[in-house]
Design a protein around this ligand. Structure first.
Ligand code: NAP
Ligand code: MN
Length: 285
């Protein structure tokens, strides 16, 4: 018997959809487990942020579970289903014998002053910043010195995270089949004295980045997806594409570039009805 669990955000609409989904799923013969148990499918109800929270909450279950995102706001990057499609979703789970699709994750090792190393995974990105003064940070690629970065911060994103913060700071949108991580600069200082590359760079999975903030950097902030860590004395951060991956149920296949188009371009440029109809996308216009 296939098992699911449902992780919804606090919004009334999400809670309503979650309880309707649970009832329908159980009537159809699926077992709906409590959130602290390992299930075949983890269904999130909310937005991309809800899926990010679920990813971090159930990070020890990545090998056992496939994620499915139901969106109660606008079309998300990790959320394919609408609240009124629950019958279709349940039927999809019952019939599903397809391999899940899997996407790359970012492996992060943060060493704080005093040599305490902490390991994390990111689904979207890691961002290191200094807000009190300009961040000064040595950047090495696979243990070869590359540059001294000066500016607001550095963002290292996964392919699926490339449409998040990475895109807002000028990074490229990467197809999630590209096994790579991307580093973008946040407001670098570039003049005759100080120079960093000032372009996003994309690293293959067998290369890694090491960020070493200058000794003068005291309280730094870093974020991993939607988790924030404030006022840390960071000695070093090592970042590389992880060997772990996140799995998504693949029985509703949405073309990646359609999703990018629908999210970032669609409602502005298109003649809504015909284009959306052609592509089978429901748009929130
Ligand atoms: P949030 O403030 O709600 O996130 C900002 C927006 O980014 C929301 O619209 C969120 O979608 C969307 N988003 C999240 N992951 C995305 C992805 N992979 N591709 C495209 N859009 C994405 O905070 P949150 O929901 O906790 O999400 C945290 C993430 O938001 C961060 O990892 C970062 O990538 C992104 N973010 C972006 C900026 C920026 O672009 N300037 C600023 C802050 C955070 P939902 O509304 O569906 O949640
Ligand atoms: Mn959000």
């Amino acid at each position: 018997m296939k098992t699911i669990k449902i992780h919804a955000n606090h919004l009334d609409l999400s809670q309503q959809i979650a309880s309707k989904l649970k009832e329908k799923a159980e009537n159809a013969g699926l077992t709906c487990l409590p959130l602290d148990q390992v299930s075949d499918y983890i269904i999130t109800v909310g937005g991309d942020g809800t899926l990010l929270t679920a990813f971090h909450t159930y990070q020890d279950q990545l090998a056992d579970s496939q994620f499915i995102g139901v969106h109660t706001g606008h079309l998300g990057f990790y959320t394919d289903w609408l609240g009124d499609e629950m019958d279709l979703l349940i039927q999809g789970i019952l019939d599903n014998d397809e391999e899940a699709v899997s996407y790359p994750l970012l492996g992060i090792e943060v060493t704080l002053k005093g040599n305490q190393s902490l390991h994390y995974l990111a689904l979207n990105e890691f961002i290191l910043r200094s807000h009190r003064k300009t961040m000064v940070c040595d950047v090495a690629i696979s243990d070869h010195f590359f540059e001294v970065f000066r500016g607001d911060g550095l963002c290292i994103a996964t392919p699926t995270g490339s449409t998040g913060m990475n895109k807002s700071v000028g990074g490229a949108v990467l197809h999630p089949r590209v096994e790579a991580i991307q580093m973008t600069e946040l407001a670098s200082v570039n003049n005759r004295l100080y120079r960093s590359l000032a372009s996003p760079i994309i690293l293959p999975k067998d290369e890694w980045l090491t960020l070493k903030p200058a000794d003068s950097m005291q309280g730094m902030n870093f974020s991993i997806d939607n988790r924030f860590f404030e006022d840390q004395v960071v000695e070093q951060v090592r970042l590389q594409m992880s060997q772990q991956r996140i799995h998504f149920a693949s029985f509703r296949h949405m073309h990646y570039w359609d999703r990018v188009e629908a999210s970032f371009i669609g409602s502005v440029n298109r003649k809504p009805s015909e284009e959306a109809g052609l592509r089978g996308i429901k748009l929130d216009l």
